[in-house]
Design a binder for this molecule. Structure first.
Ligand code: FMN
Length: 189
């Protein structure tokens, strides 16, 4: 509850409930649940319906999971190790038909991830986006071609107890979230 958004306006419960958790329980996400999340992502809007997104996933306790974990920053590794699923979010930078640069690829990958996180929270699954990874090693390990970009990783799991974390993560897990007020981010024109 401490993490629930304290909003100025009547925002939807799912949006209030989502937050970037670090403590994950041992409960594992099933393949069916994961595909439900990924399908939710796929229904995001994208520029000319290009759908530039791609997800490479690895379940806990697999070789793939260990390899992905190893590509993350050390600070992320400390708690991502207990996630149930790790995803690598990669986007195509060019339009498939024309080959021309799609300047919206990052935006659209983000929209897909937002859909995924909302679907997840509706199923009591929490996601944590991760920009802290070694881009050079990741591109090298997965032989990422020039027309693709690894945008971020995403850790998913059921909520665990803050006590299971080391500091400073334990304190962060029980600190309320905050946002800039609406008046600061929106101006009437
Ligand atoms: C693109 C992106 C990259 C992020 N990278 C990291 C990261 O490497 N490690 C981390 O602990 N949190 C990361 N975060 C989580 C943000 O810190 C978090 O979303 C922000 O503090 C707001 O908190 P909330 O999601 O709980 O509302 C990232 C979030 C985004 C969107």
């Amino acid at each position: 509850m401490i993490k629930e958004a304290n909003t100025q306006f009547p925002v939807h419960e799912l949006i209030k409930k989502r937050w970037s958790a670090r403590a994950f329980s041992g409960q594992q996400i099933t393949q069916e649940e994961l595909f439900t999340l990924i399908e939710a992502a796929s229904w995001a809007p994208s520029s000319v319906n290009e759908q530039p997104w791609n997800y490479l996933y690895a379940f806990h306790d697999t070789e793939g999971f260990s390899k992905m974990l190893d590509l993350l920053s050390v600070g992320n590794q400390l708690w991502v190790k207990d996630a149930s699923v790790l995803l690598m979010c990669t986007a195509n930078k060019n339009f498939a038909k024309s080959g021309e640069f799609n300047r919206h690829y990052m935006h659209d990958m983000g929209l897909a991830n937002a859909n995924l996180l909302m679907q997840a929270v509706s199923m009591n699954i929490y996601g944590h986006l991760l920009g802290g990874f070694d881009k050079v090693r990741t591109d090298d390990f997965f032989s990422i071609p020039d027309h693709q970009e690894v945008v971020c990783f995403l850790a998913l799991g059921y909520l665990g107890e803050a006590e299971s974390l080391e500091e400073p993560f334990k304190t962060r897990e029980v600190t309320p979230r905050n946002r800039k007020p609406v008046e600061e981010i929106a101006q009437q024109f």
